[in-house]
Design a protein around this ligand. Structure first.
Ligand code: ASP
Length: 325
């Protein structure tokens, strides 16, 4: 069986199971109900997630899918030259080169696409979607990711803005250390109840050339299972890779935890592994197929945008050691 048919077969199974799971909440025992017309929902990391969700919401209002919505949302942040941690204008690696990581997962079909350490392509999230749609692969990195993008009609451009170049010149005079980082992670559930997740970043500023973070790694920086829900995060990606963070959260939700409980459990796990030392930021958020959601961070200060009941709000995730039991 070819990959496309394999995935389509898997998708119909997952879709049927998800519908069955949602219909079980019907008081009348009918198949319609909360599954027939769930209210569209989205979440996105950080305050720049608000502008991203405005675009995603617009897409959902036009009847686009969750997959379209998370891509559109992520593109807004990738295109923003003032955002120095995602896409165009992102701070470069130690050689002064902007290398981008991105991935996208369609909960409806179970298909995934990812690019790592891609250079000179402005919208890695869209390249990741092309990997999902037009390749037999899940992840393509480096030069190969760029050549794949070019083969799909993307064009090369300089992603290092004058602002980022000036910043880089300054860094060369300073000691190493945390030079800043953030990611836009986006979760969506569309009007049909289907879910998707996207994650895109320029990663850690001044990172070693070729360093790939958690954001394009399926199961680390993002995960989605159409039967359960999804998770995505931000912060020092090595901590997410070490704990298969997004996959762990989704599996905890599968086994009965709410999204909030699952995010907190993961943050606790990271804290235990790091002896409770709060020297880095690390945050995750999650949403399940029933529209329950949650977010938790290691240090304080993690904000996320939420689209719920047609309104977009900026919220603060629960912080380890402060709001956890
Ligand atoms: N997770 C990203 C990375 O490690 C950075 C961040 O989200 O702050 O590449």
């Amino acid at each position: 069986m070819d990959r496309r048919r394999f995935i389509q077969n898997a998708a119909s199974g997952a879709g049927a199971a998800a519908l069955a799971a949602r219909s079980s909440f019907s008081k009348e025992g009918t198949i319609a109900m909360n599954s027939s017309n769930p209210s569209p929902m989205m979440m996105a990391t950080w305050n720049f997630g608000v502008a991203a969700l405005e675009a995603g919401h617009e897409a959902l209002k036009q009847g686009k899918t969750a997959l379209d919505a998370v891509e559109r949302a992520a593109i807004v942040t990738e295109n923003d030259p003032e955002n120095t941690s995602v896409g165009y204008g992102g701070y470069p690696n130690a050689r002064g080169v902007v290398q981008l990581d991105a991935a996208i997962i369609d909960g409806k079909t179970g298909r995934m696409g990812s690019v790592g350490a891609i250079e000179n392509i402005k919208n890695p999230i869209s390249v990741a979607r092309k990997v999902l749609e037009h390749s037999p692969h899940v992840m393509i990195v480096g030069e190969g990711a760029k050549s794949f993008a070019l083969s799909q009609g993307f064009h090369e451009e300089n992603l290092l803005t004058p602002k980022a170049l000036d910043w880089y010149a300054e860094q060369l005079k300073k000691d190493q250390g945390d030079k800043g980082h953030d990611t836009i992670g986006v979760l969506a559930r569309d009007g049909a109840g289907d879910m998707a997740v996207a994650c895109t970043t320029s990663g850690l500023a001044m990172k070693w050339p070729g360093r790939v973070g958690d954001s394009p790694l399926i199961g680390a920086g993002l995960y989605m299972d159409g039967e359960v829900g999804g998770a995505t995060g931000t912060g020092v990606g090595e901590r997410a890779i070490e704990t298969c963070a997004a996959f762990a959260i989704v599996e905890m939700m599968r086994n009965g935890k709410t999204p909030q409980e699952a995010c907190e459990a993961l943050i606790r796990r990271v804290a235990r592994r790091n002896s409770g030392k709060l020297a880095f930021q690390f945050a995750f958020m999650a949403m399940n197929v029933d529209g329950e959601y949650g977010a938790a961070s290691y240090q304080s200060g993690f904000e996320y945008a939420l689209l719920k009941d047609g309104k977009i709000t900026l919220n603060t995730g629960k912080t380890f050691g402060k709001d956890f039991d």
